[in-house]
Write a protein of this length. Structure first.
Length: 527
């Protein structure tokens, strides 16, 4: 594959034979420039050369200090942002001299195989510098507009709401997303940008920007965890009849439906009111996987909205469905967004014994939850300049796949995993996988399970645990969170700690990255 082949792969509808014309068009929109340079960096494997230059070379290039190179890249990026026009068709010959010089060096090798170009140090330098400049031009995009480059900010936010990408390329070929955290470990493409992420997964992406989700200058957010169902019994696991239309066709595997008792919406209202009385504001209400039946969600959302809750994230169970619903409860015009579970819940012999479910599910079979695997998607919710939230459902946290890859690319400040799992302890699987996201990209991770599942898990005749949540961040580490006896819920206060992050090509973000840390755990009791 050569350079033109790589660009055709991003969008076959463009006439890349008119290379300079199309290149100039794409440079007029910084997210498009990120897509092009990212595809070339990945296709050539050239980005590794910035961390390990050829013999006799160094990075930043000879004749430039780190500060001087970063300053020059910032000036080029600022020109890109200032001149960005969605419908612009600039002539290549009219590009600013620094952009034209970088482009000339890149396009001069249009017929060369990309894998050979990774040894062409001049080409690598030009491509990496243009990529860095485009990343700088994307600073602040995907957040509530600041007005510095208003047309660019407003237009990209509109594109994100409509298609889930800031770029003008077809989303199934190239997606560019805003980015909040930069990995400080490893050497991947993710390590080379602060503000924009390149993704080529088949997922649908839903991106919401809500300017009033978290207000004030103290940079804190209060999240209320209601670990329902409070009690889970074997009768809540209902085997699907063998040979039925919905039963499994895989030998040795049978299916079950999970059907716990209905929730008490009145009690939930009292829980939220008690939390609000203690904390002043409850920004988010979180319930675990399958906590609510589909018919119960609207009443729960109304009860939360009545107490001033800003957003609701809950697991929902329905007929052959398991999904997370994210509903923004402030203002109007924010329809709820559903994200289906990507992997089935499967109980094997040891888990059936661990949860003491043998009276309903025979341990000689593997039992899979009877759900459809629906089109996969990922949701990103932006609350302000330092809070971006994403979420997954149970096994989706542990299975490698496009959802986790996209989350690692976008680097949200907070990832919430809704689980139907045992206690959230440091030695269990959820803590291990939370550590991966806390390391790369640096997201803080909150896992939440129900009290019923936590207490049902009693391996080796041990006492059940009431650890219904686990917190992990890159600054303070891992903390299991127990629901005290007599408490109905737990409220967490999360605070943004500003940190300085560096790309692997040496650029600083100026201390703008926010690491969410756990600054308060509050047991919520109701009369």
């Amino acid at each position: 594959m050569n350079l033109i082949d790589a660009l055709i792969d991003l969008d076959p509808s463009f006439d890349w034979r008119q290379l300079k014309r199309e290149w100039a068009y794409r440079l007029s929109w910084p997210p498009d420039a990120i897509a092009m340079t990212s595809a070339l960096l990945v296709g050539s494997d050239a980005y590794r050369r910035l961390a390990s230059p050829p013999s006799g070379q160094c990075w930043p290039p000879h004749g430039s200090s780190v500060d001087a190179w970063e300053r020059a890249v910032g000036e080029t990026g600022a020109r890109l942002a200032a001149s960005a026009r969605f419908e612009a068709r600039p002539r290549y010959s009219k590009l600013p001299s620094d952009l034209r010089a970088l482009s000339d060096a890149i396009l001069a090798e249009k017929a060369s195989e990309l894998r050979e170009l990774r040894e062409n140090w001049g080409w690598v330098k030009a491509l990496a510098t243009l990529h860095a400049a485009a990343d700088h031009a994307c600073a602040g995009l995907g957040l509530p507009p600041r007005g510095e480059h208003l047309e660019l900010e407003v237009t990209t936010n509109g594109l994100l709401s409509e298609s889930g990408s800031m770029a003008r390329f077809p989303v199934h070929r190239a997606r560019v997303l805003p980015k909040m955290r930069t990995p400080q470990v490893g050497v991947t493409l993710r390590s080379f940008s602060h503000h924009a992420a390149f993704d080529r997964s088949p997922l649908d992406v839903r991106y919401q920007i809500v300017s009033r989700l978290v207000e004030g200058d103290d940079e804190t957010v209060n999240v209320l965890i209601v670990p329902w169902p409070k009690s889970i019994e074997p009768r809540h696991f209902v085997p699907v009849a063998v040979g039925s239309e919905t039963g499994s066709r895989i030998p040795g595997v049978r299916e079950f439906e999970f059907s716990p008792d209905a929730c008490d919406v009145g009690e939930l209202g009292r829980i939220v009111a008690a939390a609000r009385a203690m904390l002043g504001t409850v920004h988010g209400l979180v319930l675990p996987e399958s906590a609510l039946a589909e018919a119960e969600v609207a009443a729960v959302a109304d009860a939360a909205r009545a107490e001033g809750v800003r957003f609701l994230l809950t697991g929902v169970r329905g007929r052959k469905s398991n999904f997370a619903r994210l509903a923004v409860l402030v203002g109007s015009g924010y329809p709820p967004i559903d994200q289906p579970k990507h992997h089935r819940w499967v109980l094997n012999d040891s888990q059936i014994r661990q949860y003491h479910l043998g009276s309903r599910l025979h341990p000689r079979f593997r039992w899979a939850a009877s759900i459809e695997i629906k089109p996969r998607c990922a949701n990103l919710l932006v609350g302000n300049g330092w809070l971006t939230l994403s979420h997954v459902i149970c096994e989706d946290l542990a299975r490698t796949g496009p959802a986790i890859d996209l989350i690692r690319a976008a680097g949200p400040t907070l990832v919430i995993a809704l689980l139907a799992d045992g206690p959230q302890l440091t030695h269990r699987w959820s803590a291990r996988y939370a550590t991966i996201l806390a390391d790369d990209p640096g997201s803080s991770v909150l896992t939440v399970t129900s009290l019923g599942m936590a207490e049902r898990s009693k391996p080796s005749n041990q006492a059940g645990s009431r650890a219904v949540a686990l917190w992990k961040d890159s600054h303070t580490g891992t903390l299991p969170i127990e629901l005290a006896h007599g408490s109905a819920a737990i409220a967490l206060t999360l605070s943004a700690l500003r940190v300085t992050e560096y790309t692997a090509d040496t650029r600083s973000d100026g201390g703008m990255a926010a690491c969410l840390t756990l600054s308060g755990v509050h047991q919520i009791r109701i009369p």
